[in-house]
Design a protein around this ligand. Structure first.
Ligand code: HEM
Length: 509
């Protein structure tokens, strides 16, 4: 009897799961998903087809709006630019994607990225929102975190970015002339991680010294596990995070370091909060002081210690590989386009920046801006962003009816390569487009940092960091293409999209 009940429950569970997670819903076209794998097997994801390629193949087959199943997660992919603009400008209907909340809340539940906005509801029913404390949490985190990324803060990191880049240049200088560097991905990772260590923690992660210290190892463990967590169903991802010794060890190490830094910051109280952690600690200190003395509203509270840890790790996850990937693609693409490097160098000379780069002079490097924009357009590091509907809605251009709870995916690469939105062939790497024919491109055709109320909070920092590193590199070296065998490009998928094959030689000017 028990056995029969067990079998019936099992069958019902499979039917329920198949119906809920692996059956094509609604009228939106797409491929019927397979049990457990969704569209991943059918689209060749496991054979190395990258998400941008897969999404553009689906677009050709199914049109501007289609369903795509990333394992058990169903997304409605939107390629029409008017629809994209509608999604990103209606924050009351399209809120943070549920997948971010689901996956980030497993381990880093108290960071900005894993909170919902729901500002509209907050303004209509503040009492209800207080009870469920949804929009409030986003507002609170956002008001504490946003000032850390203001321009005045960002430009204060100029010298340390130059210092780290010079360290990498010194290493390159020691290699034999004509050495073919096939480890550019890890070299750029090390550079960006070193910079992150100083900007975020005011701490030397020593990644440019050929040795990983304890904190660096822990941070690398977290970075390497993110893709696994995103791809697994939530229950398995949670089990992985809870049961994996390495994961727990990494989390403990990071917590230990951050708590030590908090103690140090509180003890020294220098008053100039340049690193991210120092600024967060300031909010913590204000909070602890205030909360001890009076009853303050939820949205005015500072961060707790756990929130500081979660926020710092979330910055790392969101900001590290995306910035590093852009740098890697820059090196790969300019190694294939010698004339672009020549033009950057000519601009450095014309603007008197060949020997004296400074944060003020950076603004005058207009062509360099175009090159960075073109790298971000040619290969946006993130596949796209996701929003989940808080109520039913109809897309204005394609008239597709969506329902509350649907998740929409906006594919950055498809928009940036859609000939409808670009005057010059979008498959050409051509920075000059931003000075001429494509100067007034549709703003939503190029959104590597997302858009609307949940757009990337670190974009000014990322752009500044990239401009300083690239400017410094171009002052000193030229990247040469080491030939089609080692420098073939292709896509390899981590948290960000990276070239599969990159090989360049580095010539000092
Ligand atoms: C080239 C580098 C970067 C790229 C391409 C990038 C891209 C993105 C994208 C596409 C999003 C989602 C936006 C949306 O949903 O509309 C995002 C969110 C975010 N990014 Fe970045 N990012 C970069 C660098 C950084 C850096 C350096 C940091 C901080 C240190 C950072 C912190 C964040 C945070 C905290 C969020 C979540 C914002 C929210 O949920 O409201 N990012 N980023």
């Amino acid at each position: 009897m028990i056995f029969i009940l067990f079998v019936i429950t099992g069958v019902l569970l499979v039917v329920y799961l198949k119906q809920k997670y692996f059956t094509l819903h609604g009228y939106v076209p797409g491929l019927a998903p397979q049990f457990l794998f969704g569209n991943l097997l059918q689209s060749g994801f496991f054979n190395g087809n990258s998400p941008p390629m897969i999404l553009s193949t689906f677009q050709k087959r199914f049109g501007d709006v289609f369903q795509f199943w990333f394992g058990p997660s169903r997304f409605i992919v939107i390629n029409n630019i008017t629809d994209v603009e509608h999604v990103l400008t209606h924050r009351n209907i399209y809120d943070q994607g549920d997948i971010f909340i689901e996956k980030f809340s497993i381990n880093y539940s108290q960071s900005l990225i894993s909170t919902k906005g729901l500002s509209q509801i907050a303004s209509l029913w503040p009492f209800l929102c207080k009870i469920i404390s949804l929009g409030i949490q986003f507002k609170r985190h956002s008001s504490i975190v946003s000032p850390l990324f203001r321009r005045s803060k960002v430009i204060s990191h100029f010298d340390l970015i130059i210092g780290c880049t010079d360290k990498l240049l010194t290493k390159w200088r020691k290699t034999e002339a004509k050495t073919i560097h096939v480890d550019i991905v890890s070299q750029c990772h090390n550079l960006v991680l070193a910079i992150f260590g100083f900007i975020a923690f005011d701490y030397d992660l020593e990644t440019l010294d050929d040795g990983d210290n304890e904190l660096t190892l822990a941070l690398r463990t977290i970075i390497n596990s993110i893709m696994t967590i995103l791809a697994l169903p939530r229950i398995l991802a949670k089990a992985y995070v809870t049961l994996s010794y390495r994961q727990r060890q990494a989390r403990n190490t990071i917590e230990r370091y951050i708590y030590r830094m908090i103690e140090h910051e509180q003890a020294t109280a220098q008053g100039k909060h340049t690193s991210l952690i120092a600024s967060l600690v300031h909010s913590l200190r204000m909070n602890e002081h205030l909360e001890a003395t009076e009853d303050i509203d939820e949205d005015k509270r500072g961060l707790s210690r756990n929130e500081v840890v979660d926020e710092m790790v979330a910055f790392l996850i969101a900001g590290f590989e995306s910035t590093s990937s852009t740098l890697v693609w820059f090196i790969h693409l300019v190694s294939k386009h010698a004339q672009v490097q020549q033009k950057i160098k000519a601009e450095l000379i014309a603007q008197d920046c060949l020997y004296h780069l400074s944060s003020d002079r950076l603004d005058s490097l207009v062509y360099l801006n175009c090159v960075i924009n073109e790298v971000l357009r040619f290969i946006p590091p993130a596949t796209g962003t996701i929003r989940t509907l808080t109520r039913d809605d109809c897309l204005p251009a394609t008239n597709v009816q969506l329902v509350r709870g649907d998740s929409v995916l906006i594919p950055f690469h498809s928009l940036a390569h859609d000939p409808r939105y670009w005057s010059v062939d979008p498959n050409l790497f051509y920075p000059e487009r931003f000075l001429g024919e494509d100067q007034n491109h549709h703003p939503y055709a190029l959104i590597p940092f997302g858009g609307g109320h949940r757009q990337c909070i670190g974009q000014d920092l990322a752009r500044f960091e990239l401009k300083v590193i690239v400017g410094r590199l171009m002052q000193k070296v030229t990247f040469d293409d080491a030939g089609p065998e080692v420098n073939a490009g292709g896509h390899s998928m981590g948290l960000a999209i990276l070239p599969k094959h990159i090989g360049v030689s580095i010539e000092f000017d």
